[in-house]
Design a protein around this ligand. Sequence first.
Ligand code: CTP
Ligand code: CA
Length: 221
Amino acid sequence: TLLFFQEKTLGGQHWVITAGPTREAIDPVRYISNHSSGKMGYAIAQAAVNAGANVTIISGPVSISAPAGCKVINVESAEQMHQAAMKQSDNADVFIACAAVADYRAADIAPQKMKKSSQDMSISLVRNPDIVKDVAAKANKPFVVGFAAETQDVETYALGKLTSKKLDMICANDVSIATQGFNANQNALTVFDKDSSTEIPLADKAMVATQLVKLIAEKRS
Ligand code: CTP
Ligand code: CA
């Protein structure tokens, strides 16, 4: 195990982490989702537990098991994740948005399985709430950390999100590189706050998570 911490470094702190994909129903048997595995969010949760934090994971559907000692709130849709995040962030010290939230959901969920016809079809989509932005806009907000998975212009887009969502920190990763993309076991991050950037080089997600937790702990103190 990775022990960069005195066991009680984060003792008494509540860290809330969103992880995994969301699933947006189209009808009773179909949904829109993405390839997020939840591995990065769960690795951050493990690292925060190792450092002594009380950790709540708000998780979309994933196939991995949660680290021992975490409270897990399982959700499916972005709206459910939003509701849980607004509630859990009330008494949080740190909020980390690691989930790959679907940006859109079906305007209407068909009550019965949709049947095909000879015609092509289209589904109308409406915007989901921006979870991390709404948490960062709260009056009594925690230290808020976002992620930006990008395939091009990584720094520009990440800094844009840091500003527009009023985040304290954003972790940019270039998912055009297969070894550090969605579902990979490794990751590499460039972490930005308003006046600095820190490179966390390519390594197993457990190692990257430990360094990130350490960095957050330093920056918020
Ligand atoms: N995020 C969120 N709620 C959403 C969409 C995104 O909380 N509805 C969070 C993600 O968890 C991540 C950050 O916002 O921490 C950036 O997500 P990303 O998808 O990269 O950015 P978007 O603002 O959705 O922009 P786009 O997908 O167009 O790049
Ligand atoms: Ca998005």
